[in-house]
Design a protein. Sequence first.
Length: 232
Amino acid sequence: MKIDILELIQYIVCYATEKEIKLSPIRLVKFLYLADLFWARENEGATLTRWPWKFVHYGPFCKESLDAIEKTFQSELIQRMAYESKYVEEDYFLYWCKEDRTDIERKLPIFLTSPLHEAISKWGDDTFALLDYVYFETEPMLEAKKGDLLDFSKAKKLEKPEPIEMIKLSPKQIAKGKEIIERLKTKYKKGLETQAGAPEPIYDEVYQKGAKLLDEEDLQGDLSGKAEILVD
């Protein structure tokens, strides 16, 4: 099955746009890596793009991914908006799409679109969680060292869950179950009333700046520096 990479990029951006998410370059690159991973899981380690992914920058990276994203933009398949960054000298881009993804989806297998939908819905606007996932939960990265080419032959096809045989309940058991559910509903409502006056979590300036720095960083550099952890 031959899939146009530019259409794949357009598809990812369009699906994110439907979720009211604009993708930064670092997130879009990682979703392309995941597309290759999902493909490799179903194709004995062969990737869709055939790109040489390396453990280079914030995990999986290859220059080919940025070149393809730029080509997709120049082909007017996706749009981007730029604004002046407070943290880096260059303008910072966010990608979005004004096209419909339906025609592209017909060309893609469900083993690719389904996990992509789930990944974009979970981490499309959460750079920290996305990086955490690709670092620690994707097979090619688990034993890789910085600078290594990533080995997609390690990709494992997800096992289908065993069907669960349902046990038929007696009328007495059903009645007892309903009684327990009602008690839980009552406890839940009381819990909500207790928490109504609780303060919302505060995401301070340090947290917000850290998130911006990850999204706005030049993808071709290396992450370096010192971290200081303060414990109350």
